[in-house]
Design a protein around this ligand. Structure first.
Ligand code: NAD
Length: 293
């Protein structure tokens, strides 16, 4: 397959490298010269422009910071440059409404298109162990699957256009809310005289069990690999959680959902990310809870 890979940042570069390693003919592009240079140094052939890469590709993958970048690229030449029937895989994390608009633009230009946001972070991108949540038709999903399998391990067809982003927003809302309440429970326990070990032993074997506790435990000790053991070095940075909950909030408002905890979690992480939480793991929210208690 000839693949244009656009957006060679933290995630895009290792993803493009995995496609190259799988034998695909990849040409990459990034608007930032340093990103292009880093990608070239890592062995990714670089095109003169994004549209140039798209013009000769069977598949165009975008991995951009936000929805505005995707819609702008789609509107300003990318879709026009590609041959009709090109498969567009949009892997950035963007709003459901933006993903649906991007799909409509691609379809109107005669292309196939899926939204395929990821979870798993830079480590997952490097090791080709990302999880992909895919929105699109059965045919487009089937066409994208062999490409996604070279970059990820768990690939779920979530439904029609935009529903990959919907699944990601809903999952991260669960995660964001549960990480806050796990932090609150540990701080409450501290103030009641409960040790971290005792609370962990009880909750991890009882109905309080969840990923935020048993993998991303916000206190050092019970789970030696959690970010709390390395001063909340991410992991999953607070800025990314704040971004994802902002997208969940957009979907909450668009649908009129009575998601009070989702709304509150968005406010809490926005405040966290406005300070040094931006670059700390989101489980570091426990230190804000402790400081405010
Ligand atoms: P990043 O900022 O490191 O990389 C994005 C790249 O896209 C940048 O280098 C930017 O210059 C480039 N870009 C923007 N517009 C472009 C255009 N028109 N043409 C070509 N290049 C363009 O971001 P990242 O950490 O790689 O994340 C990418 C996406 O993946 C985001 O939407 C993010 O929310 C999502 N995501 C990130 C992580 C993570 O751990 N970093 C995890 C899951 C999902």
């Amino acid at each position: 397959m000839k693949i244009a890979f656009l957006g060679l940042g933290h995630m895009g570069l290792p993803m493009a490298r995995n496609l190259l390693a799988a034998g695909h003919e990849v040409r990459g592009y990034d608007v930032v010269p340093q990103a292009r240079e880093a990608a070239a140094a890592a062995g990714v052939p670089i095109a003169d422009t994004g549209t140039d890469a798209a013009a000769s590709a069977d598949v165009v993958i975008t991995m951009f910071p936000a929805g505005a970048h995707v819609l702008e690229a789609y509107r300003t030449g990318l879709l026009d440059a590609a041959s009709p029937g090109t498969l567009f895989i949009e892997s950035s994390t963007i709003a459901v409404a933006d993903a649906q608009e991007a799909h409509a633009l691609a379809a109107a230009a005669g292309h196939r298109q899926v939204d395929a946001p990821v979870s798993g972070g830079v480590v997952g991108a490097e090791n080709a162990t990302l999880a992909f949540m895919v929105g699109g038709s059965d045919e487009d999903f089937a066409a994208a699957l062999p490409i996604l399998e070279r970059m990820g391990r768990r690939i779920v067809h979530c439904g029609g256009p935009g529903l990959g982003q919907a699944a990601k927003a809903c999952n991260n809302m669960i995660l964001g809310v549960s990480q806050i309440v796990v932090g609150e429970a540990f701080v409450l326990g501290e103030r009641l005289g409960l040790t971290h070990e005792a609370l962990y032993e009880v909750a991890s074997n009882a109905s309080g069990q969840c990923w935020a506790l048993t993998t991303n435990c916000p206190v050092p000790g019970p789970v030696p690999t959690s970010p709390a053991n390395r001063d909340y070095q991410p992991g999953f940075a607070g800025a990314l959680m704040a971004k994802d909950l902002g997208l969940a909030l957009e979907a909450i408002e668009q649908t009129g959902t009575d998601a009070r905890l989702g709304r509150l979690a968005q406010q809490i992480y926005a405040a966290f990310a406005a300070g040094d939480g931006a670059t700390r793991d989101f489980s570091g929210i426990i230190t804000d809870i402790r400081d405010a208690s």
